[in-house]
Structures are given as C-alpha cells and as structure tokens.
Design a binder for this molecule. Structure first.
Ligand SMILES: CC(=O)[C@@H](O)[C@H](O)COP(=O)(O)O
Ligand SMILES: NCC(=O)COP(=O)(O)O
Length: 255
C-alpha cells in the first residue's frame, strides 16, 4: 500500500494512442481507427487520452489531434493530454484546442523516441513564457523530467503544476539487481516534487509487468500515460480487456 495515497485514491490511466496512428499510417485505408481506439479505451474505463503529435507526423497527425479533441468533449470526466516540444509545433494545438493538460517534452524533431527530460536551469528562460501562456489559457502544464530531486523546486518556480517522471530507466532496471536503487531515485524525486507543491505524472515504457511496483514505491502519482506496451497488449487482448488489466495493475498498488 502506497502510504501517501489516501484510501481509495487512485492513479488515472491515460492511454497514449501514438502507436495506433503509426500502424494506420502504413496504408491509405484509415484503419486501425485512432478515434475508435480512444473511444473503446474510454468506454473500458481509461481516465484520459494522450497524444504526441511529432513535427514529422510519423504517427499522430494534426487531424487526429483535432478529432480527439472533439471526442473528449463527449467524455467530460476524462482528460486530454497533448505532449510535445513547445518550441516546435505544440503551442498551436494548445492555443486552438485548450486540452486539460499539456506535457512539455524536450524532444528534437527527428528523435527516435522521448529519451530525456528538461535541463533546468538551462531551459528555464525558454520555458517560463510558454508555461505562463498555457496557464493563462487554463491549460495545466506538466514538465517531462528525469528523476532528479534537486530540480523539483525549480520546476515549481517556473509555474508548472506537475512533472511527468520519465520512467524508462526504471523500466529497463525492472527485474534486475539495479531495480531497488533506480526505484529509490524515483521515490526521492516524487517526495521532493510533493514538497515543492507539484503534482506527479509518470510515463515511458510502463507496462503491466512493471506498473504496480512503481506505483507502490513512488508516492502521489496522479496519472500514468501508457502507450507502447498497452497498445501491444491490445493487439492480443483487445482494447477493453487491456485497459481493464492495466486498471487492475493500478488498483493492486493501493490494495
Ligand atoms: C513523452 C513520452 O515518453 C512518450 O509519451 C512519447 O509520446 C513517446 O513517443 P513515441 O510514441 O513517438 O515513441
Ligand atoms: N508520456 C508517456 C506516454 O504517453 C507513453 O509512453 P509509452 O508508454 O509509449 O512509452
């Protein structure tokens, strides 16, 4: 039982549908439908949908972002989270669509996948006005961060409401001799984030195998955004059963 979660508190599951779009883009047939995938995940109990519309449109395209925004209006209890680099194409989506949350990710345009968090204080000057603009639009800002306890106060000072813990180092250490040491770094970072008044999200390479242990060890996680492993599981189990399985993984952390 995670001691810092109040009884009954639970982490929200936001399904990242990037990889549905990646498969769809390999033919000109419009299938698998990104919109249908999101709808089926929401129907099965997902509390949010995440997209990462990269500048090269390798998976999520502008039309997907807009169509999903319209869908999310039919799901007022669920949240729409748009990820990206605010110095590239992200801010146009924020200004036009005003999602519940925007997650700033310091990716380059041709990056294979997200693989690091922001470098503070070096990035402070670039980030502050963009964070201020999102907040003025009523959009919650989450900064994609490596597990570094010492920079959490800087994140709060920039005006971001949340961090998203970049969890790849945990996922790759899971099940190895380094797991406990790596996990301790996430726990310390989360404690520092909470002390700085920040909310905590987490994501990247989370899966049914490693999710429960992460949530048991890391306090205050309000949202996990999961895409690659979840969509891979859905190819075998279907979206609904997969979402229910991930929700069971979350519930086990607080049992
Ligand atoms: C920010 C992050 O870790 C992921 O949400 C990211 O969206 C993964 O991008 P790809 O799906 O393009 O690998
Ligand atoms: N922010 C993490 C996310 O949205 C999905 O990452 P992954 O599960 O595809 O690695």
């Amino acid at each position: 039982m995670n001691p810092l979660m109040s009884p009954g508190a639970r982490c929200a599951l936001s399904v990242n549908v990037n990889k549905v779009a990646l498969l769809r883009n390999t033919r000109h047939l419009g299938i698998p439908s990104v919109l249908r995938a999101a709808e089926l995940c929401l129907l099965a109990g997902a509390q949010g949908i995440t997209v990462h519309p990269r500048p090269d449109a390798r998976h999520i395209r502008t039309q997907d972002v807009h169509e999903l925004a319209a869908l999310m209006k039919q799901w007022p209890q669920a949240e729409y989270n748009i990820e990206g680099n605010p110095t590239q194409n992200l801010m146009d989506f924020v200004r036009e669509l005003r999602p519940h949350q925007v997650t700033f990710v310091p990716d380059s345009e041709d990056q294979f996948t997200s693989d690091h968090g922001w470098n503070l204080p070096a990035d402070n000057e670039r980030l502050k006005p963009l964070i201020d603009e999102c907040r003025s639009l009523g959009v919650r800002v989450s900064l994609f961060m490596d597990p570094l306890p010492e920079v959490m106060r800087q994140v709060a000072a920039l005006g971001a409401e949340r961090i998203e813990l970049y969890t790849e180092t945990y996922a790759s250490a899971f099940g190895t001799a380094r797991e406990a040491e790596v996990l301790a770094g996430f726990t310390a970072t989360a404690q520092a984030a909470l002390a700085a008044g920040l909310g905590i999200n987490a994501g990247h390479d989370l899966s049914r195998d490693n999710l429960t242990k992460f949530l048991q060890a890391v306090p205050g996680v309000q949202e996990v955004s999961i895409g690659h492993a979840l969509i891979a599981d859905a190819l075998e189990l279907g979206y609904a059963e997969t979402v229910r399985d991930y929700q069971r993984c979350i519930q086990r952390a607080y049992a």
